[in-house]
Write a protein that binds this ligand. Structure first.
Ligand code: 13P
Ligand code: SF4
Length: 309
């Protein structure tokens, strides 16, 4: 079947079943052809909470589909490829979280949305890379524990006066592939470019870049900047979308991926064929254990309460 056939079939089924497709910006570009909303994890979780659709196909990774289920418990949430996990989210389990908390007692725990429902159920509030600074600031405490991403946690600490952020030692293997040499090479090869970087990267690399932001912030900065060339230090999907939109909308801008290994293998697992398959058969449905559901839902809802954006 050609991509056009797949796209037509998916769009027809979406109408018949009152279904929508949510796609993260790290997905393969062709997924956008069948997607109702494309964006970062914060935007997609808001869309999941808002929609009147009966079925949400979540083209992203497992924790994102779980978050959609927590926010839309009455809807059917389908993950096109059930093995699309997040390596960072899998770096902390319930026992490890208990140990981390026991070592640092009586301190509120903030978890990155890149975590399982089991972990969220044991944390006070969650955040995404778009709102992490606001969430921690708005908690109004002097000390927080932050799981699982040590780099995002430390970045948040660097942006706030008088808040100590004690981080768990998780990380994103994809973003950690960005090294100081990559930035140095980019400066040499593209001296006119601005370097835009995600806060999941190492501190030493962040410090020598021009702009730090979440997926959404990087896209917004790139669009509004008067600069013409940008080196993007985050996942390839962001670069693909920026170059596509630049061409389509005549921005006359060029976006270069910092190094060709910055590809999240799990994000790329979902295919158009998988989307058609789950829509047709309503398979790969996300369910969440009752014992963690309420706690995890509260953890996400507190983020919306604390976050001003
Ligand atoms: P965003 O919160 O920017 O969408 O990022 C999600 C993610 O998995 C980054 O690696
Ligand atoms: Fe997880 Fe990293 Fe992939 Fe994001 S890019 S989904 S943090 S492994």
């Amino acid at each position: 079947m050609t991509n056009t056939d797949l796209i037509n079939k998916i769009n027809k089924l979406k109408k018949e079943k009152n279904a929508i497709v949510l796609a993260h910006c790290y997905q393969n570009l062709e997924i956008d052809e069948v997607s109702d909303y494309v964006g970062d994890s914060l935007y997609l979780s808001k869309m999941a909470a808002k929609t009147n659709a009966d079925i949400i196909v979540f083209a992203g990774v497992y924790f994102m589909a779980q978050s959609a289920k927590l926010l839309s418990p009455d809807k059917k949430i389908l993950l096109p490829n059930i093995t699309s996990g997040c390596l960072m989210a899998d770096m902390i389990n319930s026992k490890q979280l208990d140990e981390f908390k026991a070592k640092n007692p009586n301190i509120p725990v903030v978890c990155y949305i890149n975590s399982t429902a089991e972990i969220k159920a044991k944390c006070d509030v969650c955040c995404t890379s778009s709102n992490a600074i606001d969430v921690v600031r708005n908690l109004g405490v002097e000390k927080v524990l932050f799981v699982p991403d040590t780099y995002l946690g430390k970045y948040v600490e660097s942006k706030l006066d008088n808040v100590q952020v004690i981080t768990y030692n998780g990380f994103c293997p994809t973003h950690l592939r960005i090294r100081i040499e990559d930035i140095e090479n980019a400066r040499k090869n593209y001296p006119d470019a601005l370097i835009l970087i995600h806060p999941e990267c190492q501190r030493s690399v962040i410090e020598i870049s021009d702009f730090v932001g979440s997926t959404k912030e990087i896209i917004e900065f790139a669009k509004s900047s008067t600069n013409k060339r940008f080196v993007i230090a985050t996942e390839k999907g962001v670069v693909d979308r920026l170059n596509r939109d630049s061409k389509k909308e005549n921005w006359d801008k060029e976006f270069i991926l910092i190094n060709d290994k910055i590809v999240c293998p799990n994000m790329k697992k979902n295919t158009l064929y998988d989307i058609l398959n789950v829509l047709e058969n309503e398979t790969n449905e996300i369910t969440i254990d009752e014992s963690v559901f309420e706690g995890a839902r509260k953890c996400i809802e507190k983020m919306f309460l604390l976050n001003v954006r």
